[in-house]
Design a protein around this ligand. Structure first.
Ligand SMILES: Nc1ncnc2c1ncn2[C@@H]1O[C@H](COP(=O)(O)OP(=O)(O)OP(=O)(O)O)[C@@H](O)[C@H]1O
Ligand SMILES: [Mg+2]
Length: 239
């Protein structure tokens, strides 16, 4: 019997460039990493080194020129666009720096979106959304619009939206950058508590050294490549 692979996401020598007038900017120059099931992996590195590009490649929203990306054993290169979109909706939850909530929808409506996209009825989706919002301490804010919530509360709505359909991969791009240190800490506590599971994987891109302590492993990028790996976040304390 085959033992299941502990690798959730495998990025192998990926090259991605963007047209830039007459020249090309190489955002990824042979980036490789592995993210394991059950871990909270952080990706750090200077501005412009390719972190967001790498996340977009893993999500299948950006095509790449060379290399391979496999998510839960599915080679993205071999999948058609429609299949990648479906795969993403089923398997990936996103959390962004600016929360990306829809301003004209209430908290509960925002959180319902991933379920509605999967074909769940509005009534069922909203019931489930309320349950998740209650878990993150927002039971009294179901009907609030994003503009009526604090930054930390908006990020908790965004986390609820990322987790409501129980995705196996949670991708976060600078989730604490717009938060003060207390809210940033709470956001990571919540993610650790609700998203880190043996059958899941959480990947967080961050500049925020205050949250390194939550990482199981940190990979460091520079100039389009992964250049280092640390099991002990304190090894990066100088960063
Ligand atoms: N759509 C695009 N068109 C052209 N160039 C791009 C595009 N997206 C990214 N780049 C370039 O690719 C490089 C990597 O960008 P990326 O956004 O991945 O960096 P980053 O590490 O996320 O930086 P930051 O920490 O500032 O968010 C940069 O030089 C950027 O200018
Ligand atoms: Mg970025």
């Amino acid at each position: 019997m085959n033992t299941p692979t502990p690798i959730a996401v495998k990025v192998d020598n990926v090259v991605k460039s963007f047209a830039n007038g007459d020249s090309r900017t190489f955002a990824l120059k042979g980036a490789s990493l592995e993210a394991r099931f059950g871990e909270l992996l952080m990706i750090v590195g200077p501005s412009g080194c390719g972190k967001t590009t790498l996340l977009s490649v893993i999500c299948g929203t950006l095509k790449f020129e060379e290399g391979d990306v496999a998510v839960f054993g599915h080679e993205l290169r071999a999948m058609r666009n429609g299949d990648i979109t479906r795969f993403r909706r089923e398997n990936i939850g996103f959390i962004f720096q600016q929360f990306n909530l829809i301003p004209t929808l209430t908290a509960v409506e925002n959180v319902s979106i991933p379920l509605i996209l999967k074909g769940v009825s509005t009534a069922q989706a909203e019931k489930r959304a309320c349950e998740v919002l209650e878990k993150v301490g927002l039971a009294d804010k179901y009907k609030s619009y994003p503009s009526q919530l604090s930054g930390g509360q908006q990020q908790r709505v965004a986390i609820s939206r990322a987790l409501v359909h129980e995705p196996r991969l949670i991708i976060c791009d600078e989730p604490t950058a717009a938060l003060d240190s207390v809210s940033g800490h709470k956001t990571l506590e919540l993610l650790q508590e609700s998203a880190v599971r043996p059958d899941r994987c959480v990947i967080i891109v961050t500049h925020d050294s205050r949250i390194y302590e939550f990482a199981d492993r940190i990979v460091q990028m520079d100039d389009g490549r992964v250049v280092g790996q640390f099991d002990d976040p304190s090894q990066l304390s100088h960063a």
